[in-house]
Design a protein around this ligand. Structure first.
Ligand code: Z5A
Length: 211
């Protein structure tokens, strides 16, 4: 079994969770063992960091503190969960990873993106094999999740301009790493987005794919 680390990136409501669920079923149909996980989260510590860092009632923490919290959660996640699964030859599907850190804490919060990238890799020297960046205009993504009852978190309540900078950041990353990051136009119907992702994964995994 060849391990494969796949990450899903995008703005709020871009359809990452929906696509991951679909790809998980698709991998099951092909009999491929896999893990579905997310960031921040994926370990008990990571879930606590998630609660803290996304808590809308949390006092304003500095951009650097926020960055270090995401990285601390990632280190635990990779050491305790992701790396052991990859070592067993699993496919790991992860909702957000390093590109979110560069896009949100770098481009969004205004920390130097190159430094955020370098620090992230110093703390956790692991890059995904494949990253799907699901692109939707900010207003489309927010409209899709507007019905949720839980209220909006610290990052969601940031200004429109913050989310625009994040989106630009994702585009910049995609241009810098074209062999790793596939940009999917996520304004299309779910089945079109899913078909694109399946095709790319089938090629990488050596699976037959009828388009
Ligand atoms: N963050 C960070 O700042 N730095 C970091 O290093 C990391 C994370 C790792 C996590 O939020 C926050 O953490 C995130 C960045 C920050 N903050 N923001 N903003 P989260 O995990 O709670 O939220 P999210 O990642 O933004 O996920 P989401 O809101 O759940 O969106 P999604 O997973 O991308 O979308 P979805 O749940 O699959 O779909 C939303 C709805 O759209 C749903 O009703 C679907 O049925 C529908 N949908 C999905 N696809 C389509 C298509 N193609 N057409 C129409 N409708 C669709």
């Amino acid at each position: 079994m060849k391990p494969l680390f796949v990450t899903f990136e995008g703005g709020e409501g871009s359809g990452k969770s929906t696509l991951i669920k679909h790809i998980s079923s698709w991998l099951t149909e092909h009999g491929l063992p896999h893990l579905v996980t997310r960031e921040p989260g994926g370990t008990p510590f990571g879930e606590k960091v998630r609660d803290t860092v996304l808590d809308a009632g949390c006092d304003k923490i500095s951009a650097k503190t926020e960055l270090l919290l995401f990285l601390a959660a990632r280190l635990e996640h990779v050491e305790k969960v992701i790396a052991p699964h990859l070592e067993q030859g699993c496919v790991v599907l992860c909702d957000r990873f390093i590109d979110s850190t560069v896009a949100y804490q770098g481009y969004g919060r205004g920390e130097d993106p190159a430094r955020v990238w370098a620090l992230s890799l110093e703390v956790v020297p692991l890059l995904p094999h494949i990253t799907f960046y699901l692109d939707v205009p900010i207003e489309v993504g927010f409209k899709r999740v507007a019905h949720r009852h839980q209220g909006i978190d610290r990052l969601e309540r940031e200004a429109f301009s913050f989310h625009e900078r994040v989106r630009e950041g994702f585009f910049h990353l995609a241009r810098s790493c074209p062999s790793r990051i596939s940009v999917l136009d996520a304004t299309r119907a779910k089945d079109s987005v899913q078909a694109d992702a399946e095709k790319i994964l089938a090629k990488k995994l050596g699976l037959p794919y009828a388009s």
